[in-house]
Ligand binder design. Structure first.
Ligand code: C5P
Length: 302
């Protein structure tokens, strides 16, 4: 194969319930992910014996291009476990997902790189083996491969796909500066006292089959919100402003933030909310995207 082009969709956590830090530094989570049609594009071509990454688009300058980023590491890990040292690839990422935005853009690119290099190098690595490599790369990478809607437990990487009806219309308010995920989790530890279990998300999972955006909107929840708002108070303003816009039926911090996600009852309401949110100085831009869509390398609706 001479060139593989794959889409790498972002995710939003519809619900994220967090418990205390584990000995390995991660937190046990109960989360429900949805993959959305806001995607980076990965173009992968063969290169003898080495992995090279080239990133373009917004925030590209924040990503190292020496192969040490998650995308390069994904390709190298696949080659080391299943290929041979002569294999290499040039991975060109065109970013649309905000960098350090809480939408797992880096994980999406890594998942796309696993699939793309598997095809490019004709390795025939199975889906379960790709999932294991994904989990070694990071907590969000397995879901990025899977896509759709899934319940995640453990670090968020032990996944069960969930049935879902309908298409949901989202607006994402992008911040001017990213937030560090480890910093948000550290602030969460500081603010939450004692050991506690993550609450279940059964009600959220149940309304997913209703196809009713307002029922889902009422169930959106993210335990990392107080920590992110403490680090960036304007996130609280963005969430409140967006929630009050016409046709917005739910609002939630996306992952560890700072991106804020707004669920709308129609596509038109999403377009209107996307036009209004940049009235806030902290909102750099907005993106409208439907979900759910398939994972990295699968066809998506748009
Ligand atoms: O796995 P990944 O590199 O995406 O995680 C980034 C960081 O986010 C971890 O090093 C950890 O600080 C935090 N994290 C966590 N618990 C999770 C997922 C991520 O504490 N379940």
């Amino acid at each position: 194969m001479t060139e593989v082009v794959y889409r790498a969709p972002a995710k939003v956590n519809l619900g994220l319930r967090c418990s205390s830090r584990r000995p390995d530094g991660y937190h046990n989570l109960i989360t429900v992910f949805m993959a959305v049609a806001l995607a980076d594009t990965l173009t992968c071509t063969p290169l003898a014996g080495r992995v090279e990454v080239d990133v373009s688009g917004e925030g590209a300058n924040l990503i190292p291009t020496d192969g040490s980023d998650l995308t390069g590491r994904a390709a190298t890990l696949l080659r080391d476990r299943f290929g041979d040292p002569g294999m290499g690839a040039r991975l060109v990422v065109d970013k649309a997902i905000p960098v350090a935005g809480g939408m797992a853009g880096g994980s999406a690119d890594a998942a796309a790189a696993l699939r793309a290099c598997n095809d490019l190098w004709d390795l025939g690595v199975s889906e379960p083996d790709l999932m294991n490599l994904a989990a070694d790369l990071g907590a969000d990478v397995p879901f990025a491969l899977l896509g759709g809607v899934a319940l995640g437990v453990g670090r968020g990487d032990v996944l069960t796909p969930q049935p879902v009806r309908g298409t949901y219309h989202w607006v994402f308010a992008l911040a001017r500066h990213g937030l560090s995920t480890p910093e948000v989790f550290a602030k969460y530890d500081e603010m939450s006292h004692g050991d506690h279990d993550a609450a279940e998300l059964d009600d959220l999972i149940e309304v997913l089959t209703s196809g009713d955006a307002s029922l889902l909107g009422a169930q959106l929840i993210n335990d990392l919100t107080p920590a992110a708002v403490t680090l960036r108070p304007e996130i609280g303003e963005t969430l409140a402003f967006g929630a009050a816009l016409p046709g917005v039926v739910g609002s939630v911090l996306s992952g560890s933030g700072p991106t804020c996600a707004f669920l709308c009852d129609t596509e038109k309401a999403a377009d209107n909310a996307a036009a209004r949110l940049p009235e806030l100085p902290q909102v750099a831009s907005t993106r409208v995207a439907d979900g759910p869509v398939g994972g990295a390398g699968h066809r998506s609706r748009d």
